[in-house]
Design a binder for this molecule. Structure first.
Ligand SMILES: [Zn+2]
Length: 199
């Protein structure tokens, strides 16, 4: 519809999550109107983040270097692992100050509608950690919505036969919501009140 680079920009923006064609156009024209320095600053933080930040090779949290600060912290209990969907959920759990173990980021949740199955998630990597790190308890801290529950059930069925304790954060969190929107107190209580999963 537009000349080369403008259309390229609209196409790239349209690939971002939650950005439809209309929003992509609106953001593209906003960027075109911005002073050059402002627009280039955005371009340079994208470049910088892609050059310096990657995912922790152990837990898939965002990190600079090979392993994240949480995995490298020897004061944390390595036998207790909290499984979350995204790195931002780690921030939510850390804010509660209730958890002193390690994490594992799945990088998503099972969603048949979006075509996301266990093989698209970091499930194999979690299984590989179980024995290698002597993990004794896995807390399933996926979101309290359909995808999060399905993911927790799937993981429970996979992990229980390994003889580890598998727990799920207690209800009381707003159903259908995201962990990151839960307040610290509610999430802290949900962690404290976690129950062993029957499978
Ligand atoms: Zn890590």
């Amino acid at each position: 519809m537009y000349a080369g680079p403008v259309q390229d920009l609209i196409d790239e923006l349209g690939r971002l999550p939650g950005v439809g064609p209309k929003s992509a156009q609106r953001i593209a024209f906003h960027l075109l109107k911005l002073p050059k320095d402002d627009a280039l600053r955005l371009a340079s933080v994208i470049t910088e983040v892609k050059e310096r930040i990657s995912f922790c090779r152990r837990c898939f949290n965002v990190c600079e270097g090979e392993e994240c600060e949480l995995c490298l912290d020897t004061r944390r209990d390595p036998t207790l692992v909290c499984v979350v969907e995204e790195p931002r959920d780690i921030v939510a759990v850390e804010k509660t100050q209730e958890f002193k173990g390690r994490y594992h980021v799945l990088q998503g949740a099972i969603s048949p509608i979006e075509g996301i199955g266990p093989e698209q998630l970091r499930v194999k990597e979690l299984l590989a950690r179980m024995d290698a790190e002597g993990i004794a308890e896995v807390i399933l801290c996926t979101n309290p919505n359909i995808e999060g529950e399905a993911t927790a059930m799937y993981l429970a069925r996979l992990l229980k036969p390994l003889g580890v304790k598998v727990t799920r954060i207690a209800s009381g969190l707003p159903v259908g919501g995201d962990l990151e929107y839960a307040d610290e107190l509610t999430l802290g209580r949900a962690l404290e009140g976690r129950r062993e999963v029957e499978a």
